[in-house]
Design a protein around this ligand. Structure first.
Ligand SMILES: [Zn+2]
Length: 503
């Protein structure tokens, strides 16, 4: 009976367009073997009595949510990011992510993974940062953390060979004498070093690739030379690595991209051979209809990240226009440092609701089923496991979430998908299974010692904040100039806190 389990008597929501039905789910060797409609009152009929049972009565059973875009390093940076736009955040990120050892990389990934499981997410596309340059050891550290926690993950190291000030050379020219040398002294690794680390990882990957696989992530077009972008595309093709890039996340990126390349960022990526079904584009906000058509034709997946887009004031992705033009759309949380949470239930609700502030035309709004589809099957394609996740059906991975129907949001229960997307906070998550194995139950992540994890995180934050104090001061001094240049909000120092309080 090894590897078999019967989830008995739950209300099963197999996919976004399905009507929930009372059914038993038979799991074998990590996959759904069968979904058996429950006969009145006596479920589990016909299944060997020796198969272990998990009682799911009064539970809504949904496919595990799939996070299409996040960052392992974000969890340890939680609370460190001020009220800044994207470029202000990027200016501060060396001082948030700097000084981390190999163990810190694993610690941050573990924190993120534990939060994701608690919020019903069973798979993620991760873009971890390692400073100053990604290493094989660092990648193994992050991947090992996911393997231990028991979450499914793509580990795609974030690569760049230009700093923010090299991406926007004109910004450097606007800085005052006191700050310019500090900004100019920041460096990014040469493309060869980053690409060699990914190549070495691809050649010797020691993890079960069905659970934790390698990807590649040239971080932002303007932050990557053509040589690095081409190198990433080559590695992705050679080793079948899912590839992801932040695309036109801010208006500054889109405008400066146009200026630098004489074409849109999407056209630039297309000319370098980057577009294809292995590519997903995080954010994809400042793109036009031609860009969307081009991405759709190439089989790219766009990942919508409303949590961080609202937090950073980046804008709202044209999701309806994407869907109308056949571009696949997934959903991401983005890192916990810029979304403050790893909660795709909130992500779904925001995906549905931000579409409504853009137009009063209801036909253009994102509906609950569409948002749920994004957070399951939409994101699934970015992770590169084909059609193995995102639905509850025979043959797919048994990545499942049981939601407690006694929670207020489901009482009375009329429309499961609507009530889930519009009302679920994650509080109803009762049990989570990845590959048929129970990893969250009774309010606890079963694979790790969460109180110890918390103690380690507090100690690491204290140590890293002290280590990064100098960089933090530089970033804070640079911030008004970065904002003035990238967001056009005027060159002036921000008011001090005491001035705000006195106002
Ligand atoms: Zn991101």
């Amino acid at each position: 009976m090894h590897g078999r389990l019967l989830i008995e008597g739950g209300l099963v929501l197999a996919h976004a367009a399905a009507t929930p039905q009372r059914a038993d789910i038979l799991i074998e060797e990590g996959r759904v073997q069968a979904v058996l409609p429950a006969d009145q009152g006596s479920s589990g009929g016909g299944v060997d009595a020796a198969v272990p049972r998990l009682d799911a009565s009064d539970r809504l059973v949904i496919p595990g949510l799939v996070n299409g875009h996040t960052h392992a390093h974000g969890a340890l940076g939680r609370g460190a990011v001020e009220d800044v736009a994207l470029e202000g955040f990027l200016a501060a990120s060396p001082s948030i992510n700097g000084g981390r050892g190999i163990d810190d990389l694993a610690l941050s990934a573990t924190l993120g993974a534990a939060e994701l499981l608690r919020r019903g997410c069973t798979a993620l596309f991760d873009m971890p940062a390692q400073m100053p340059v990604p290493t094989l050891e660092g990648l193994h550290s992050v991947a090992g953390a996911y393997a231990r926690v028991g979450i499914r993950a793509v580990v795609a190291p974030m690569l760049a060979d230009r700093t923010l000030y090299q991406a926007y050379p004109e910004l450097l020219a606007t800085l005052p004498q006191a700050l310019a040398p500090g900004a100019a002294a920041l460096t990014a690794p040469a493309p060869a070093a980053s690409l060699a680390a990914v190549q070495a990882a691809a050649r010797t990957w020691p993890f079960d690739p069905a659970r934790v696989r390698l990807g590649v992530a040239p971080t932002i077009p303007l932050h990557c030379s053509d040589e690095l972008l081409r190198g990433c595309a080559r590695l992705s093709a050679e080793w079948d690595l899912p590839m992801q890039i932040h695309l036109a996340e801010s208006k500054a990126q889109a405008l400066h991209g146009q200026q630098r390349y004489g074409k849109s960022l999407v056209a630039h990526l297309a000319d370098l051979g980057m577009l294809g079904p292995r590519l997903s584009t995080a954010h994809s906000i400042w793109i036009d209809d031609d860009d969307i058509a081009r991405l759709a034709a190439a089989g790219v997946t766009a990942i919508h990240n409303p949590l961080s887009n609202l937090r950073l004031g980046s804008g709202i992705a044209p999701v309806r226009r994407m869907l109308e033009r056949g571009l696949r759309v997934g959903l991401g949380s983005d890192g916990a440092n810029t979304s403050d949470t790893q909660n795709l239930f909130e992500g779904m609700r925001l995906a549905a609701f931000v579409s409504r502030v853009t137009t009063p035309d209801e036909s253009q709004w994102i509906g609950a089923a569409e948002a749920f589809h994004m957070a399951t099957e939409g994101s699934m394609h970015a992770l590169g496991w084909g059609e193995q996740l995102g639905r509850i059906e025979a043959g797919r991975a048994a990545d499942l979430v049981l939601l407690d129907l006694a929670q207020p949001g489901y009482v009375p229960l009329r429309h499961a998908v609507r009530q889930l997307v519009h009302g679920e906070s994650g509080a109803a998550v009762d049990r989570v299974l990845v590959g048929g194995e129970l990893v969250f139950a009774h309010g606890k992540v079963l694979t790790i010692d969460e109180p110890a994890l918390r103690r380690q995180a507090e100690a690491a934050a204290q140590r890293l904040d002290a280590l990064n104090a100098e960089g933090r001061h530089l970033a804070q001094a640079l911030r008004p100039w970065v904002s003035a240049f990238c967001c056009g909000v005027g060159r002036r120092p921000f008011p001090a806190q005491h001035e705000l309080r006195g106002a």
